[in-house]
Design a protein around this ligand. Structure first.
Ligand code: AVJ
Length: 317
């Protein structure tokens, strides 16, 4: 194991998950938070989603990052520490690690611990002089990070993952991130744009059924972590673009009337009733720049692909 990877565990999964899952399932309209997709299997399934032909997001973002690699590095300028929220497999960071000026340290943050640590060690092989601090944490809540204030920092938040937050949560998240930064520090964020419903519907309903497996896996994760009795064969994947709200919604629909127990609490499902498992909000370039300005940032540049399917914004505090 390499010396250059340090890890920090700042996530108390059992406690939070127990309370949040039970309260979500007790609502009139049952919900689960999207972060509970990401156990080891869920992180692997998400990796597979990113390789599906219909799921244009990751491919397009990678293309933007590599095409504009030099412009992005120049626009950011010298930077000491790069922080990444939801680093997953750390696949997107590579073009930045290679091109940013004077980078010394990389801090990947993810909720999926083993996946995070594996990825950090793998990355250290390719970047042997980089100081890597892997933080297992839930960035949807306030986090105190092991960083030094005076050195220039950039936060990287790719994948349009901010789209999983409702607009008011996204605003709170941006303003919390801004407080973590000093004047002159930056925020590089990937945002999926609004587009034809058919393109979005296909992206979240791939032919191979990987997104369906990913969605259902949240029930398996609950079964394993909270002694749940979900039978995955009695739920089905539903995903569609809700144009009025500018978001893709994912649900799990009960195929029958049934009872399910989680951590000694029993929940009843009517046939056709759904658990809302994810929102994935889409933002036009202007929408997002307004949101950024309202929460302490100055938009500097926005990079997109030729179809304007995806955008990467650089913001400064
Ligand atoms: C990782 C949150 C960006 O919302 O597109 C992929 C997760 N859900 N397919 C997204 C996801 C269904 C993804 N994010």
């Amino acid at each position: 194991m390499s010396q250059q990877v340090k890890s920090y565990d700042m996530y108390t999964k059992q406690h939070n998950m127990h309370q949040e899952v039970l309260s979500g399932l007790s609502q009139d309209k049952k919900t689960l938070q999207a972060k509970y997709f990401y156990d080891q299997r869920g992180s692997e399934l998400f990796e597979q989603i990113t390789r599906q032909p219909e799921y244009y997001l990751t491919r397009t973002e990678l293309e933007i990052l590599s095409q504009h690699q030099v412009a992005i590095a120049d626009c950011i300028g010298p930077v000491h520490t790069l922080i990444e929220y939801g680093s997953g497999s750390s696949r997107k960071i590579k073009s930045l690690l290679s091109s940013l000026h004077q980078l010394e340290a990389y801090m990947p943050i993810d909720i999926s611990k083993e996946f995070l640590i594996q990825s950090a060690h793998q990355l250290s092989q390719d970047y042997p002089t980089l100081d890597i601090k892997a933080v297992c944490g839930d960035y949807s809540t306030p986090l105190v990070l092991p960083i030094e204030d005076k050195l220039k920092k950039v936060i990287f938040f790719p994948g349009s993952t901010i789209g999983n937050f409702d607009p008011d949560e996204a605003a709170a998240f941006l303003s919390r991130s801004c407080q973590l930064l000093e004047k002159g520090d930056g925020f590089l964020i990937g945002i999926d744009t609004k587009k034809a419903a058919s393109v979005l519907d296909e992206a979240y309903n791939d032919q191979a059924g990987v997104t369906a497996q990913f969605n259902l896996n949240i029930l398996q994760h609950i079964n394993e972590s909270l002694e749940g009795t979900f039978d995955l064969t009695w739920f089905e994947h539903v995903a569609f673009y809700n144009e009025a709200h500018g978001r893709v919604e994912m649900h799990l629909r009960s195929r029958i009337d049934q009872l399910v127990t989680v951590a000694d609490q029993t929940f009843s499902f009517k046939q056709g009733e759904t658990i809302h498992t994810e929102n994935s909000y889409k933002y036009s370039v202007d929408d997002f720049q307004v949101l950024a300005r309202q929460n302490g940032f100055t938009p500097v540049t926005c990079f997109t692909d030729r179809n304007q399917y995806f955008s990467v914004h650089y913001l400064e505090k």
